[in-house]
Write a protein that binds this ligand. Sequence first.
Ligand SMILES: [Zn+2]
Ligand SMILES: [Zn+2]
Length: 206
Amino acid sequence: MLMECHPDICLANDLCQNQKFQKRQYVSTKIFKTKDRGWGLKTLQDVKRGEFIIEYVGEIITHEEYRRRSGEMLANGYSNYYFLYLDARRMIDAGPMGNYSRFINHSCDPNCEMRKWSVNGDARIGIFAVVDISAGRELTFNYQSDKYEFEQKCFCSSENCRGFIGRKTDEWNVYIPLSRFDYSKSLTNRHAQETPISGYLKSRDS
Ligand SMILES: [Zn+2]
Ligand SMILES: [Zn+2]
């Protein structure tokens, strides 16, 4: 895992370029209404490949609490989900305490990805550019993981669009960020089990 400098230890002091999470050195972004995919997020500045864009922040909850909340939301017909797998014990719920990062849409041909960093000994998740992105472009990442629970139609309109986000699986070994996931449109709606994973999935607004 990549590590940020601790401010008390780093010899570069104020010049340190490796405390972007801690100093919230985010790219300037803006929420906008997409034509067909609900809200999205675009960059207001040119972004270089590999650049840190924004942290995926929210309330840190246990997997148990995640199951309780998502089950309750499902039962009450909510369609806005912002859960993201953090580690084997914890999830991030960006619903109550999130920032703009939760508005980033899925694309099968994304210009960003999520990376896990260690910041003063704790895991945090950031969104990073995987290509150069010019100002004004929408930011996207692939919610896809090898295995996930949910399936719904994809509207990303990229050339290599798979047509669907998620797919049916018999193995529940993946946790998923269920951002803005509309359960009513899902073909499956099983809950994840408490086992470690390696991937992410989010879904669009209805
Ligand atoms: Zn440093
Ligand atoms: Zn697609």
